[in-house]
Every structure is written in C-alpha cells, then in structure tokens.
Design a binder for this molecule. Structure first.
Ligand code: GSH
Length: 287
C-alpha cells in the first residue's frame, strides 16, 4: 500500500451529463484509493433570450457556460480536464490533461496499480496497442453516431447513423467473442480503457427509443450482439460503475436539447455541419 501522502490528487473539471467526462469518472472510481480527486462542475447550460428573434419563441438556443479554470486549462475548453495538485494541494495548471481517452491513460499511469489485473491499459505492449486501437475504434464507430441519431433532423440521416452504430457494436461484439471473453474486452472481468471508452454511451442508448421511437431500440436479441449484451449485463452490474451513472430521467431531460436541435455545443455544432463528433474542429465549431 502506498503511504497516504504519495496518493496523487487531481482537480477534475467535469459536467454531470457528459459521457466523455464519464469516462474519466469511471477510471477515477476504478482507481479509488490510488488516486484522489475533487469534482468541479465546470460546464453547464444557459438558454439565451431570443432578442434577435432567431427562433421566434422568445427563447433562443442553449449554450454552454464554462468555468474560467476550464477555459485556462484546456485550449478547446472541454470537459473532462484534469489538473494535478502539488504537494501543498495547489493546482498546477501548467500540467493539465484533457481528451477523455487520454485522461483514462493518464489516470491509469499515475494510479500505479499493484497488480496487472487492476491496470486499465495493459503493461504488455501488444495488448496496450490493441486496447488503444479498439478504444479509438469504438469512439468513432459506437460513440460518435449517437450524436448523429439525435442531432440530424433528416430521418434518413438519423437512420444511417443508427445503422453505423449497430455495425460498430457488432464489430465490438465479434471482437470480444474472438478474445474468448464476453464479460469485458480483455476477459476475466478485467476492466480496460476499451470498456470505459464505450460504457458511457452504451448506458445512454435508452434515450433513442424515447426521442426517436421503437425502431431505434438496440436489437439486443440479434445474434451479432449477444456478446455485447452480456458485456452490458456484466459491466453495468459492477458497483464501481453503478455509482457513476447519472439519473435516467434527469439525463433524458438534459439530452432533449440534442434531440430537438436546440443545443449549441461544439459537438452538436460539428454534427449539424455534417461532421462526426470525433471530428470536432475548434475553428469551425465555436460556441
Ligand atoms: N473529444 C473530447 C470531447 C469532449 C466534449 O465534447 N465534452 C463536451 C461535454 S459532453 C464539452 O466539454 N462541451 C463544451 C462545448 O461544447 O463547448 C473528449 O474526448 O474529451
């Protein structure tokens, strides 16, 4: 056991609804006792008055407010952003870490788990490379299409995004079957950065049926998704994951801003101009 003073401490600039920040939360909770963090709600929503009659409803779109700390510590001003605390407990803003997949790596590296099984990124270089490849692949193929289904207004485009998502989930399902493990990506119940990359969205797919109807339900009874289904059952029954899950009705209300196209976030703006969420561009997708 490390002595208490050796435990790294972080300020975690987050937002309760954000699935990208949720990745960092799961990694932090997985390493509870090895990394300490203070949660800072650094991003929220405000609806502008429709002074220029943009919508004609008296209320304009929803925009993000952001903490100054977030604007200072991340050039894109996105959550999650992590700021390490020095030995005196002062944040070192020169060493902030951002981009959700990278925050998982970073948290895992500073946690220095005592056994391989607790590491989110394997120490074996081949397995680490494979996990990083798959974390990026699920991000593009299973997470980004979520926003296409919600933000695009054309039914065919929504459907295309949903179909892309199912193709992505089937590829993931096939890979975990191939690995001989249907409970986590690496098997044996061991959690990895790949599981954490997908989990926040896998948990949020329930919103599709509510906003887009029964044809947008994930077809869990499709044999191509059997391994994915048992992955979900396993992952969401774990206590360390359960305590990170937002309240379902509250999240449903939050995501309405995406489903009715009134959100003006960087991701929503990227998807509205026809790009994927992972192709967000700070110059084009301003807030
Ligand atoms: N690629 C980023 C995306 C993070 C992201 O888009 N976070 C959203 C909240 S869910 C955000 O900070 N939005 C602020 C904005 O749109 O300006 C990551 O993986 O960390």
């Amino acid at each position: 056991m490390p002595c208490l003073s050796a435990i790294p401490k972080l300020r975690f600039l987050s937002a309760w609804f954000c699935p990208y920040a949720h990745r960092a939360t799961i990694a932090l909770e997985h390493h509870a006792g090895r990394v300490e963090y203070e949660w800072v709600e650094a991003l929220g929503w405000e609806q502008r008055r429709d002074e220029n009659n943009v919508t004609g409803s008296g209320k304009e779109w929803w925009y993000h407010w952001k903490a100054d700390e977030l604007k200072r510590c991340n050039p894109s001003a996105l959550v999650p952003t992590l700021i390490p605390l020095d030995n005196e407990g002062n944040p070192d803003e020169t060493k902030s870490v951002y981009e959700s997949l990278i925050t998982i790596d970073y948290i895992d590296a500073i946690a220095k788990a005592p056994t391989e099984n607790l590491r989110l990124v394997p120490t074996n270089p081949y397995l680490a490379a494979k996990c990083r490849y798959w974390a990026d692949k699920v991000n593009r193929e299973c997470c980004s299409p979520y926003y296409g289904v919600l933000v695009r207004t054309d039914e065919n485009e929504r459907r295309d995004n949903f179909n892309k998502l199912i193709v992505g989930l089937k590829a993931f399902s096939k890979e975990i079957e191939k690995n001989g493990s249907d409970n986590t990506f690496l098997g044996g119940g061991r959690l990895s950065n790949v599981d954490i990359a997908l989990m926040p969205w896998a948990w949020r797919f329930y919103v599709f049926e509510h906003y887009r109807g029964p044809d947008y339900a994930i077809p869990y009874d499709d044999p191509g998704l059997y391994a994915y289904k048992s992955w979900c059952d396993h992952i969401f029954s774990s206590e360390s994951v359960k305590r990170t899950l937002p309240d379902k009705p509250q999240y449903l209300e939050h995501i309405r801003k995406y489903a009715d196209s009134s959100a003006r976030s960087k991701v929503a703006n990227a998807v509205r101009r026809g790009a994927a969420a992972h192709e967000l561009d700070d110059d084009k997708d301003t807030y």
